[in-house]
Structures are given as structure tokens and as C-alpha cells.
Design a protein around this ligand. Structure first.
Ligand code: MG
Length: 172
């Protein structure tokens, strides 16, 4: 019957393998969101209101990534499955150590996104590859941003040492 062919105009459904891989990434994004939220609470407790704001926004961004991926699965006729999240650490180090951790984590996320692109490519799913390129580009920004903050904090730390050094030089 002719009307059946109308279905052929739609992009095909996402494959099970790719759906599973993106669902796993959704869990990873939500875990990242919790990690940054825990960091924000730690920074608030340590008396860094500015960094607390930054980290809360970072947590919200990871939450948005998870939602974007979920909406994509749905738009491709798939099913979103939210998994259990592992606990995140609640104790962190100095601001410099925290942002180094952010940088390392973002590098790991970049690798995960790259692996997702590989799965989409192996499944010959062009639409999903196109969708994922946005995240590949975003990870370049995420890494650069975290790396810049690590640099700023490193400079701030040496500037602080210079202040102490100058004071010590004033000993009578
Ligand atoms: Mg993310």
C-alpha cells in the first residue's frame, strides 16, 4: 500500500548500540553535574563565593548536556534510560587543585565524546555524528576554559608568595 512508503521519508530510528552508548553518556554528564555541584558546595564552605557561582553554573551546564542528549534520543525514536549515579567526592583541595581536577575531568569527557563519535561512525549514523560534533567543539572550549583558570590560579599563587616575600624583607 502506498501510504506505507511515507515512513521512508523519516530519518531511520537510532540503533540499539548507539542508543545504549548515548544513554551511558547521559549518565556520565549527570555524574559530572553532581561532581561540580559537590565542588561548588565545598568552595562555598571554604569561603570562595565567586568560584561557587562558577562551579554551580558548570554543574547546570552538564545537566543541560544530559537533557540535550536525552531529547536527541527521543527525536530519533529511541528510549532514554537514566542509570544509577556513582557517589561523587565531597572533599577537595585548594582552588588550584580543584580546577586541575576540573581540567582532567573535562579531558576524560572529551575522550568519551570522541568514542561516541566512533560508535556513530561505525553504525553509519550521519545524523548522530552531526549532533555529536557540537559536543566535540564544546569540549575544546571546556578544556581551554579550565586550563585558563588553572593558569590564572597558578599566577595568583606566585603573586601571593611575592607579597609574603616582600613583607618578610621588611624585617628590622
Ligand atoms: Mg558535558
Amino acid at each position: 500500500m502506498m501510504y506505507r512508503f511515507t515512513f521512508n521519508f523519516y530519518i531511520s530510528m537510532i540503533t540499539d548500540k548507539l542508543q545504549k552508548a548515548i544513554n551511558e553518556q547521559i549518565t556520565a554528564e549527570l555524574w559530572s553535574s553532581n561532581l561540580y555541584l559537590a565542588m561548588s558546595f565545598f568552595l562555598a564552605r571554604k569561603g570562595y563565593p565567586g568560584m561557587t557561582v562558577w562551579m554551580k553554573k558548570q554543574a547546570a551546564e552538564e545537566h543541560r548536556h544530559a537533557c540535550r542528549m536525552a531529547e536527541y534520543i527521543i527525536s530519533r525514536g529511541g528510549v532514554v534510560k537514566l542509570d544509577k549515579l556513582d557517589v561523587v567526592p565531597n572533599d577537595f583541595g585548594t582552588p588550584l587543585e580543584i580546577f586541575k581536577q576540573v581540567y582532567d575531568h573535562e579531558c576524560r569527557v572529551s575522550k568519551m565524546i570522541d568514542m561516541l563519535v566512533d560508535v556513530a561512525s561505525a553504525e553509519k549514523d550521519h545524523a548522530t555524528q552531526d549532533f555529536l560534533w557540537g559536543f566535540v567543539r564544546e569540549q575544546v572550549e571546556e578544556e581551554a576554559q579550565a586550563s585558563n583558570i588553572v593558569d590564572m590560579l597558578t599566577h595568583a599563587e606566585s603573586a601571593g608568595i611575592c607579597v609574603v616575600d616582600e613583607r618578610l624583607g621588611q624585617r628590622i
